[in-house]
Each structure stands twice: as C-alpha cells, then as structure tokens.
Design a protein around this ligand. Structure first.
Ligand code: NI
Length: 394
C-alpha cells in the first residue's frame, strides 16, 4: 500500500467534505462522494435504500466475526469563522463537529481493510450514518437489517481537547441519555387586574420550574451524574391579560437507566401536583432520545492497550452529559466509542472549530488496527472467544 498516496487522497477528500457541509438528512452530495471514493477502491456498497448515508462491506478471506464501524456524516447550521483555505462553501453550514474527519478516517480505514482482506478475519460493515446531530439518525440504520448480524461495533469522535492522534478511552458510560420534555400548565385566562376571575398559569409554572430542580438534589443517588434544564418558557401575549396557559420545554440528561425512569416519574408527579396546588392543570409530554453511550469494558480495555502498543498517546475519555446516537447501537451490540484527538483548539460546535489534517491517516490506521486485531481474538460468528485466540493476539 502506498501510504503517502493514501494520505494525499484522504487530505483531498477531507478538504472536499469540509468545503461541502450538508445538514442532517440532506447529505446527498456527501453520500455520492463517499460512494465514488469507495467504489474506486473496489469496495462493495451494500444495497440498502437509505435516502442519505450508505453502508459498505469488506469481506475478509478468513473466518471471523461480523464487525461494524460507525462514521457520522452530517454538518451543523453554523456560520464558519475559520481562516482555512478549504473553509465551507455552503453559507450558514459548517462541519463544526468534525464529521468530515469521521467520514475521511472511515474511508481510509475501509481502504486499508480492503487492501488487506486476504489476512482479515471476518467481515467489516462500514456505516456512513446520516443525521447524528438530530440524535436519531442511528435509528434510520437500525430500521434496516444492516446491524442484525453485527457482533461488535466501533465508533469514534473528533476531540479538540487532545493533541492530534491521542486516543481517549473510557470503560462504561461516556455520553448521557438525552430526553426532552414539554410541560403545558393550563389555567383560565382573564383580565390582568382581576386574577380572582381566572387561574393564572404563570406562578404555577414558576413553582413547577423551581420544584423540578429538587429531583437532582433530593431524588437521584448523589453518586450518579444527571441534570434537568428548563431551557424555554412561554406564556401570554401582552401586559394586561392573564394567559390561559404557560408552556415549558427542557432536557433531562442521565447516565443510569434507572435514573431515566425516575426522572420521568418525578417530573410528571411534580408538574401535575404542583400545578394542581395552584388550581391549574399540567400536561407532560416526555420525548425519549438516545440512551447513554456505554462502552463494553473488554473492548475499551483492548482499545487502550492496542493504542499503547501502536505508540499512540492515550488519555482517559472525558464523560459528558452531552449525547450521541451511537448509544442506540450499543444498546443492542457491544461497542467501543473512542475519542481521537484532532489538535487542541475551539470546542466542537464552535464556529472556529478545526481539525488538524495530520490526524487523518493515523486515525484510519488505528481504526483499521482495532477492527483487524479484535477479529483475531474472536473465533466463530457468534462472538465466542477462546483463550488461545485471546492469548495469541494480546
Ligand atoms: Ni459530532
């Protein structure tokens, strides 16, 4: 394999993806470009009829497991403020979350796997997933049967808190379950000067907002990270009319499954009963998003050791109450979601966020190493590992 040639190709692809950001579910040109590059390398595209995004497959010539690598492909509605020569050509859109790097490293990994398929054990499915930023794109993939035979899955994210090429890993929970709620407090509208003629939903809503904060302090195990934020409130149309209703929206972030259930139950109880105490009524809508991302301990440990063996800097991955829809896959399939340092700089989702392109080839090589080496220690298609395979590959 001509590594200098591959590096050049990856850089050019990365510049193209960065210049052509597309928002969630609109990744049409992005999908076409991925298809074009993979096809040019002789990589088989799976025949799934996804509107955007695609799945490809590399079939190793030795028996082994079915694995997957998830690369998300969408951009954000942000006006780019970098000085890069390859900055966004789409006004108001930007690859500010590094998904351009995810696409490119994923392509690089696919090319390396394809080149080495005579020694590759098992099969690797490459998932170029749409709409991660909506938290729901993973469900589009899971609606198909692409993942049905997959025994383990890998995912990664650009990380501007670490030097380019640093591999950050954590066992267990990495990102939070992301749920959304809407509370409508219903009263009775009336003249602003005659509150006695109605039921004012505004003080009832204020009481609900304050009482909700007691869930984190009084109901949840103090050793479990979680939070509740009311992020939007609206009521009324003018200064001298008491409105008929007040609407609040917000988000709950939890790591533990039991806390997620607890929050929903307490939130409903507090909203309904507090509103009732004011003579009003509360309607609660709970909109569940992805669960928490939880890394398989064995895969995380394997990845950390492999990174050290291959000479990468390693770090402990910071856990966050942000979310990633990669969690939907990990809910069904053992997985490892790592962070790959892209050079210290502006945080993700910032208009100045930038990836150091030096990271592209090492990231592709490391992902290839994870998939290749992990397959070596897994024998058969049912995920059963033998001690012999385990010993010989560590
Ligand atoms: Ni992202």
């Amino acid at each position: 394999m001509d590594m200098a040639g591959l590096e050049k190709e990856l850089r050019e692809a990365f510049y193209w993806f960065h210049e052509h950001p597309e928002l969630s579910y609109e990744e049409v040109k992005t999908t076409e470009k991925i298809r074009e590059i993979l096809t040019a390398h002789g990589i088989e595209i799976l025949p799934y009829d996804l509107e955007t995004g695609l799945a490809a497959i590399i079939r190793g010539e030795k028996e082994g497991p079915v694995q997957a690598l998830r690369c998300d492909i969408d951009a954000l509605p942000i006006v780019e403020e970098t000085e890069l020569s390859y900055c966004s050509k789409a006004p108001g859109k930007m690859h500010a979350c590094g998904h351009d790097m995810h696409i490119t490293a994923g392509i690089g990994c696919a090319v390396l796997l394809q080149e080495n398929r005579s020694s590759l054990r098992g099969t690797v499915k490459m998932i170029f997933q749409p709409a991660e930023e909506t938290s729901l794109g993973a469900l589009k993939i899971l609606e198909t049967d692409i993942m049905e035979d997959v025994e383990n899955i890998w995912g990664f994210h650009a990380d501007p808190t670490n030097a380019a090429g640093t591999i950050a890993i954590r066992e267990g929970y990495v990102t939070a379950a992301v749920d959304r709620f809407v509370i409508t407090v219903k009263g009775v509208g009336c003249h602003g000067a005659h509150p006695d003629n109605g039921i004012d939903p505004v003080p009832a809503a204020a009481a609900v907002i304050l009482a909700l904060q007691s869930i984190v302090g009084r109901n949840v195990n103090a050793f479990h990270p979680s939070l509740l934020s009311v992020t939007k409130i609206s009521a009324g149309t003018t200064w001298n009319v008491i409105p008929a209703e007040a609407v609040m929206e917000g988000t709950v972030r939890t790591m533990e499954r039991e806390d997620r259930i607890l929050y929903e139950k307490r939130l409903r109880g507090i909203a309904e009963n507090t509103a009732r105490a004011y003579g009003a009524e509360a309607e609660v809508e709970w909109i569940a998003g992805p669960p928490a991302t939880c890394n398989d301990r064995e895969m995380a440990e394997f990845t950390r050791k492999l990174a050290e063996e291959k000479g990468f800097q390693t770090a402990v991955e910071e856990s966050s109450l942000g979310g990633d829809d990669f969690a939907f896959y990990e809910e069904r399939i053992p997985g490892c979601y790592m962070k790959i340092g892209t050079g210290i700089g502006h945080p993700i989702h910032h208009p100045g966020f930038a990836v150091e392109p030096e990271v592209l080839l090492p990231a592709a090589e490391f992902l290839n190493a994870c998939l290749t080496a992990y397959a070596e220690r897994t024998v058969g298609r049912n995920g059963i590992k033998t001690e012999r395979a385990r010993e010989s590959s560590v």
